[in-house]
Design a protein around this ligand. Structure first.
Ligand code: ADP
Length: 401
């Protein structure tokens, strides 16, 4: 670590050092070395055994401890281990000093939690000072990382709580709105079916609009709930063996009315060899319904929508392509449309029934959860093609739907 730039220790700061060393000669030697350092001032306290050293540290926390490996009352490494247990995060950095050095003592020192290991016989003012400054800086950096991590953890906890609150709020609002909405939709369709008396063609049209609007509101709420689920990481898959073409056909049935209403020419084309695959059927319906729904929504009357599934046996994947002859999406927007709440403003000018800008982000999460990929290619004024690439997983011993 390059320490001088970080300025964790200010140049005129005096570092408090506790030297725990029983040999008076070495005590004097270390004192001399430290006092000879013209770059830094040290406030040095001396203890001649572990017990005395602990008492000093108790009375005044030090910046760094220099601890002899063999103290008269205990091993220096033991003292460090005990002190670390007692002080936890408040433990100052320790440097172990040995008379002879040796790899075993070094390993012992580092295992006990010492920041460094110095041989008393090969010491100099520079090496001692460098070791102390490094140890103090490392220890202060660690303390600062710990502090920031704690702050981040607590911010994360409160965000999680907020997220759960928002999720509950959406769920409650959704329930409060969707229940009376379903009742309203039901009454409208009773009137539309002529059960309560004859309805004129004009009235029928208005009632159909009313039902569409009810469905749109319900869809928006479903999207909001899905989004909160995604954010809470609660969107899970229930993969089973299923047929992709059957899922696609189910989606076509649901969009038939919208396709007819705009006189759109709809073409589908499936490779014969598409195998059964492992995926979450309902989630995949959601993906296709969204892309297909958009294709119909953003294509003018008399346009064309195509749905194809190609089996790429070599890469063990299938590719679903849904293309339209709609308004298209400008290059600048193309990379953003899978982001949450992203909408292309211009696109909405001519096409009614725009959503919340959540559909594609939810679709992407679902595809990615399946290990697949989703992207789009488009030309303004000519149309858009959405591609979904899904891996074909081996589907032995799985449940079938
Ligand atoms: P929304 O519910 O607003 O349609 P989506 O996430 O499904 O949200 O789509 C995001 C945006 O991408 C839309 O607002 C629209 O501008 C654009 N978009 C999606 N599909 C098409 C398409 N087939 N043709 C043109 N624009 C599209």
């Amino acid at each position: 670590m390059h320490t001088s730039k970080t300025k964790i220790i200010t140049p005129d700061e005096e570092l408090s050092i506790l030297l725990i060393e029983d040999d008076p000669l070495y005590q004097q030697l270390f004192l001399r070395y430290l006092n000879k350092d013209h770059q830094r001032k040290y406030d040095i306290t001396m203890a001649s055994d572990g017990a005395e050293g602990l008492a000093f540290q108790d009375s005044r926390p030090m910046d760094c401890l220099l601890v002899d490996y063999s103290l008269p009352d205990q091993k220096g490494t033991q003292l460090i281990a005990d002190l670390t247990k007692k002080l936890g995060d408040e433990m100052p950095p320790c440097i172990i000093l040995t008379a002879g050095g040796g790899e075993e003592a070094a390993a012992d020192a580092l295992r006990a939690g010492a920041s460094d290991f110095l041989s008393k016989r090969h010491i100099s003012t520079e090496s001692l000072s460098r070791s102390i400054v490094n140890a103090v800086e490392k220890s202060r950096l660690n303390a600062s990382v710990r502090k920031h991590t704690k702050a981040l953890e607590s911010a994360n906890d409160s965000l999680k709580l907020r997220n759960e609150e928002i999720q509950r709020f959406y769920q409650n609002v959704s329930h409060e709105v969707k229940t009376p909405l379903a009742a309203a939709r039901e009454f409208v369709s009773i009137v539309l079916d002529g059960i309560s008396g004859p309805v004129t063609t004009d009235q029928q049209e208005m009632l159909i609009h009313a039902i569409d609007s009810c469905d749109q509101i319900a869809d928006h709420f479903n999207d909001l709930i899905e989004m909160t689920r995604l954010e809470a990481g609660k969107l899970t898959l229930q993969p089973k063996i299923a047929s992709l073409s059957a899922v696609a056909t189910r989606c076509f049935a649901a969009t038939k009315a919208a396709i007819q209403a705009k006189n759109i020419s709809f073409k589908s084309d499936f490779d014969d060899s598409i195998p059964l695959m492992v995926f979450d059927r309902n989630r995949m319906v959601q993906v296709f319904a969204n892309i297909l729904g958009n294709a119909i929504k953003y294509t003018p009357e008399n346009g064309t929508v195509r749905f194809s599934i190609i089996n790429y046996t070599e890469s063990k994947s299938v590719e679903i392509a849904i293309s339209d002859t709609g308004c298209g999406i400008a290059e600048a927007h193309l990379t953003h449309i899978f982001e949450r709440l992203y909408q292309v403003e211009d696109a909405h000018a001519d096409f009614t029934g725009a959503g919340l800008g959540l559909g594609l982000s939810i679709a992407k999460e679902i595809v990615v959860l399946h290990g697949g990929d989703i992207w789009a290619e488009s030309k303004i004024g000519q149309g858009t093609t959405f591609y979904v690439r899904l891996p074909i997983e081996p589907c032995n011993s799985m449940e079938t739907t």
